[in-house]
Design a protein around this ligand. Sequence first.
Ligand SMILES: [Zn+2]
Length: 559
Amino acid sequence: MEKILTLLTASVIFAFLAGCGSTAQQGQLERFIEAHVAKVGPLTTESNLVYWQAATTGKAEYYDKYSKLQLRIRRLYCDAQDFAFIKEIKESGRIKNARLNRQLDKLYYAYMRNQVEPELLEEIVSLDSEIQEQYSSFRGTVDGEKVTMSDIYIILTTEKDCRKRELAWKASKQVGNAIAGDLIRLVKLRNKAAQEIGFDNYHTLSIIAGEQSVKELDHIFGELCESTTEPFVRLKNELDIILADSYGITVEDLMPWHYHDPFFQRTPLVYEQDLDEYYKNQDVKELAEEFYAGVGLPVDDILARSDLYDREGKYPHAFSHDIDRRGDVRILCNLQNTERWMETILHELGHAIYSKYHDHNEPWLLREPAHSFTTEAIAMFFGRLSRNAAWMQVMLDLSDEERREIEGVSEKYLRFQQVLFVRWALVMYNFEKQLYADPDRDLNDLWWELVEKYQFIKSPPGPVDAGWASKLHFTSAPCYYHNYMLGELLASQLHHYIIHKVFKLESGRDISYVDEKKLGDYLRKKVFGQGALYHWNDMIERATGEPLTPRYFIKQFVQ
Ligand SMILES: [Zn+2]
């Protein structure tokens, strides 16, 4: 043995030792992951189940239990020794196995963002869950009468009486005033935690831990702002005339409550045709079920476990929930037979099938979407169909004439909706960035400054309140909103690729996607199956031939 060693050159010895070290480290890492997943896996499933109970009942005891479980999970990720171990392995660059490396990345960022004093962490988690509970059970009032968000949407989309609109809009903001103080306290606690880890603030930390960069995001949002200003002004001027006319007021008198959504993040249904007309005698749940089965991505098992209709105390919006990374996937909705809920159920089921079709042979840590925005992209890809004339014709059994009628209008809706969403996302992204950079500034003024700048909506007369805080995302999904925008960009990129490369068509004009099994095959193979095995931009490049780009979104909706 000795003799052989002396014959070896220095470089060979080095290579040998490096290889050996790498194998040893690989073994250590594998054992670490095994022990980690044995702890975190069951806790995650339990916590997901309790959250489901909380959201479906609104009961404080479940929110309480959920908050405790979240804390236990986060405590695992707080362990400084574990983090030191992971950091050392990551920085050594010795793990050559790609699958193991991705798990290492996942662990690294999950641990990094949790390197916070336990007391501070506990404070953050319990305040967060307290605000969410308040939010979920809060009901605004109109003339002293309690109203649900569904009631408010009905008033904002149908009422002609401006006073009633104003009251309903204000009712939608009351929850913001009720929780704003706590929310700002939470923002400061989150910042304190981020600073402990060495970041300027929580916003910066979140972006980096999400494997993204502020510079890159600023660049994308800058490009989107520039390309949408002119088309948005044109579309909005046209809308303002129609809206003012419908209320019998002048364009100058238009106030935030005259738009059909509390935040003007959705297109008002005001053109010559109301898409709700097409859905009111349909069953949106059945339509969604039939459609997904037709593209080879059946959702009957998901729907059977889901909670679909409005109830007192229940969480008022919608989400999709992967309970156990083994196929127990559910959605929560508050369905009505309207276009809005058609979109929502298609959207949430989009998230759900992404989770359902992860390859269960992949390791637990990788059995999730490549990124939160890649699952948004799939959800949006399907959600867009609720306004797509070709899709509506097949699904709703419409005549060619009806389809043409819709086409003239719905194309405008889609285009307007997307341009409008860019402007809204610009408000959210920039507000949140500044919220974390300086939570002590006058945030109510900042909010309206940005709304006027990007959405061209005047602030209401008199002192402004903290209505912005009624946007739940500030509490429950902080520093996340930009991902919805990236999701739209990717949805367009996938659509373009599928039309041209998978279906080999010249244009997407007539594509309804109905009964196209090739769509399901492509998504399962190129997007869903591998889960988080690749960095999100690698996954996108493998699936579409190039990294994420705003080009196809701009081409589809803006130009
Ligand atoms: Zn979503």
